[in-house]
Design a binder for this molecule. Structure first.
Ligand code: HSE
Length: 381
């Protein structure tokens, strides 16, 4: 199959080299980029029409990132009857409904496994499991930068800023690392995952999010004393026609699988009514892992492996359906009716909904901008 790669940055080059080295039957006929690396003059173009108008190119692999012009390129490809593979979480999250409708209308396949979980075949397996099972919940470490930071703070005693700088130098972090540490990167991945699992089309705004910006070594020492490990998780579950998806630092017992996931690894789990727990561990980012995931999607399309088009139903986001306990460390006042136990400026709460904790935190932030909170997850199933 002849394909085109849009964007010859880290991920696009990873996909190109994976195809070149594996002799897997795909042929990269064109690469779209404004820079022309030495030796690539014969296939690189900066004119997208050369790709769009080429009837031999059956598939477009988008690795540009961002919303524009990625959206214009991808929607034009689908309208021209070309299959699309995208690694772009921002694009897929934002235009989930619209791009699926376009693909269905033009009888094309749209695949985006690398957009959440990087090299991990997470979305692929979520779609696959969903064909014959009910996904009771999903949750996971979906961001390598924050896992690297939390792991180094816990096991090496590193300071937050120092380890964030290392993560940037290693190329894990987003261009603006606030997208990592404030949980916005996980929010998109979580919205995409929940949309697939629960036949909906969640937007980023449907996913209440706390990050790890304010975590301190003292917090971590306190968690250690409780035998708990803190991980930034994206979580989702469904109750009837309501779905909750949220991102928050989460305290897990030492025996939970996620607790032992170190460095920049991701680990994402689905729990199916029939299959039980399926956990996927691997590199959630990087040139070759993400490039490989793109190529796997291309090969599935070339082999004609289709998933049912998502049926976008009337499932509505409702962040009130899964109350759980929280750790709060703050100098702000925590009312008695939500405090189960106090220890200095630390409070363990009664079960609160995600809506309740966000309402509390947005008020408390006025007096204590350094507030940190984490959900408690006792379930290690
Ligand atoms: N900054 C992201 C991470 C890259 O650290 O996981 C992959 O989306």
């Amino acid at each position: 199959m002849d394909i085109a790669i849009l964007g010859f940055g880290t991920v696009g080059a990873g996909a190109y080299e994976t195809i070149r080295d594996s002799h897997c039957g795909l042929n990269v006929k064109r690469i779209l980029d404004i820079r022309v690396p030495l030796g690539f003059e014969h296939i690189v173009t900066s004119d997208y029409n050369e790709i769009l108008d080429d009837p031999d190119i059956e598939l477009v692999a988008e690795a540009i990132g961002g919303l524009h012009p990625a959206y214009e390129f991808v929607s034009a490809a689908l309208k021209a009857g070309k299959h699309v593979v995208s690694a772009n979480k921002h694009l897929i999250c934002h235009y989930f409904r619209e791009l699926h409708a376009l693909a269905a209308e033009h009888h094309c396949m749209l695949r985006f496994t690398p957009s959440a979980g990087g090299g991990i075949p997470w979305l692929y397996n979520l779609q696959r499991q969903k064909r014959c099972d009910e996904i009771l919940w999903l949750r996971g470490i979906m961001n390598g930068t924050t896992n690297y930071i939390l792991d180094a703070m816990q096991h090496l005693g590193s300071q937050f800023d120092e380890v964030l700088n290392t993560a940037k130098a290693l190329g894990y972090a987003e261009a603006d690392p606030s997208a990592d540490i404030d949980g916005l990167d996980v929010r998109r991945k979580c919205a995409i995952s929940a949309s697939i699992a629960y036949d909906t089309a969640l937007s980023e705004e449907d996913v209440p999010t706390f990050g790890i910006r304010n975590i301190t070594r003292r917090d971590i020492a306190y968690f250690d004393s409780l035998g708990m490990t803190c991980k930034l998780l994206g979580c989702a579950r469904r109750d009837g026609n309501r779905v909750i998806a949220y991102v928050e630092p989460t305290l897990l017992p030492a025996g939970a699988i996620e607790s032992s996931v170190g460095t920049n690894y991701n680990c994402i789990t689905l729990f199916g009514r029939k299959v039980g727990r399926l956990s996927f561990l691997g590199q959630g980012a990087g040139k070759y892992p993400t490039g490989c995931a793109m190529v796997q999607d291309m090969l599935d399309i070339a082999a004609g492996i289709r998933f049912p088009a998502p049926t976008i139903t009337q499932v509505v986001p409702d962040p009130s359906i899964y109350p759980h306990r929280y750790y709060i460390r703050t100098s702000a006042h925590v009312p008695d009716d939500i405090a189960e136990r106090r220890d200095g400026n630390v409070v363990m709460t009664v079960p609160l909904s995600v809506t309740d904790i966000h309402r509390f935190a947005s008020q408390a932030q006025n007096t204590d901008p350094r507030i940190f909170l984490a959900g408690l997850e006792d379930n290690i199933e």
